[in-house]
Ligand binder design. Structure first.
Ligand code: ZN
Length: 376
């Protein structure tokens, strides 16, 4: 989602990443603090002072978002749920859960942990601000801590809005789920609330844009669109997971994939395979055993005059975990992986034997037909 992310560091065993869009947010925040907010609240200081305050404010916000997401991740891990890592992006942060919570209780504690952490941090920043003022630190320096205290309260309040996938929406879902014992029904209502809240933000954005607040208006408009899309995607994802429940990769794979025998020359490979099929990677197979993978990259590593003498079996490389999946893997898990890694084709293995090919298109077709039949 939203393009490239890069890894920053690890905290408590979680990988922390920042999306490229976060850089944009960081710049926007620093600029609006230095040129707008701080000069307005504390007038008549040097511009360099404002920029320094803004920089500290931006790093404080980064820390606050991280603290919020870390608290979700720590609780998730305590309940045995795998967490992929934490990514900060344009609209804040997201802790990447690789599985949904199994009970309403787990969901409740995982969701509420974030807002609680933000309130605690907010109080801590206010205590720091008051202490600084008490010992005679200039008002504007204590003001940065005061600003961060306020931001953390704002984070807690925004996240407690009862619309899925916000934390408050997850708390709502946990409550409904606990009440009726039906996860699907609970998700549907929490998601509808989230979509409604998203639309409300969009409307708010339009109104403030028309009222002359261009940047603020656009900001609310975009956040609203994002919340709405995420709310509806969360429900769809649950339906998908339920449709695939209990099924393995075997159910969805193609059993006669295109394979390349190792004796084929590079020239034949180019003419009969690369030009003929719309695939990036081809399995090289002898007696149903997977020997390796061949792609355009290996072809380019061989000079053209050697193409008739070199065989694919001599240049193919290990397929790597990114291109293979075990035949017993849970179908929902495989689908998640394909969407996350944007790899639409996986070679299905049983030991070292290639037994089929898993294609994202087939998965989506199955889900499409299933949902059409449900409507009928
Ligand atoms: Zn949260």
């Amino acid at each position: 989602m939203f393009g490239e992310s890069f890894s920053l560091f690890r905290v408590l065993g979680f990988e922390i990443r920042a999306n490229v869009t976060w850089l944009f947010l960081a710049l926007l925040i620093t600029w609006s603090l230095a040129a707008g907010f701080f000069p307005f609240v504390y007038p008549d200081l040097a511009p360099s002072t404002y920029w320094l305050m803004a920089l500290v404010g931006m790093f404080g916000l980064f820390f606050s978002l991280l603290f919020h997401e870390l608290s979700h991740s720590v609780v998730a891990r305590a309940y045995g749920l795998p967490v992929g890592g934490i990514t900060l992006f344009l609209f804040g942060g997201v802790a990447e859960m690789e599985a949904e919570p199994k009970t309403p209780r787990v969901e409740f504690w995982m969701a509420i942990a974030g807002p609680i952490a933000s309130v605690v941090l907010g109080v801590a920043f206010f205590v720091v601000a008051v202490t600084m003022e008490g010992v005679g630190v200039p008002e504007h320096i204590a003001g940065v801590a005061r600003y961060l205290g306020f931001i953390n309260f704002l984070l807690a309040v925004f996240n407690m809005v009862p619309g899925f996938p916000l934390d408050g929406g997850r708390v709502l879902r946990a409550a409904l789920w606990h009440w009726k014992g039906d996860l699907r029904w609970a998700t549907r209502w929490a998601s509808l609330m989230g979509q409604g809240f998203g639309l409300l933000l969009v409307a708010l954005g339009v109104v403030s844009f028309l009222g002359g607040n261009f940047i603020g208006g656009m900001w609310w408009f975009l956040i609203g669109l994002f919340v709405r899309a995420a709310a509806s995607a969360g429900y769809q994802q649950l339906l998908t997971q339920q449709a695939l429940e209990g099924k393995t990769v075997r159910r969805f794979m193609t059993t006669d994939p295109v394979i390349v025998p190792p004796e084929v020359t590079i020239r034949q490979f180019v003419e009969d395979y690369l030009y003929h099929h719309d695939f990036d990677v081809f399995p090289v197979v002898r007696d149903s055993r997977l020997l390796g993978c061949a792609s355009l990259r290996q072809v380019k590593s061989v000079p053209q005059e050697e193409w008739d003498r070199t065989r694919v079996g001599d240049v193919c490389l290990d397929c790597g975990e990114a291109n293979t999946v075990d035949v017993r893997t849970d179908a929902g898990e495989a689908l998640n992986r394909m969407q996350r890694t944007e790899n639409g084709r996986l070679m299905v293995l049983d030991g070292d034997r290639l037994v089929g090919m898993l294609v994202l298109k087939d998965f989506l077709r199955y889900l499409q037909i299933r949902s059409e039949l449900k409507k009928a």
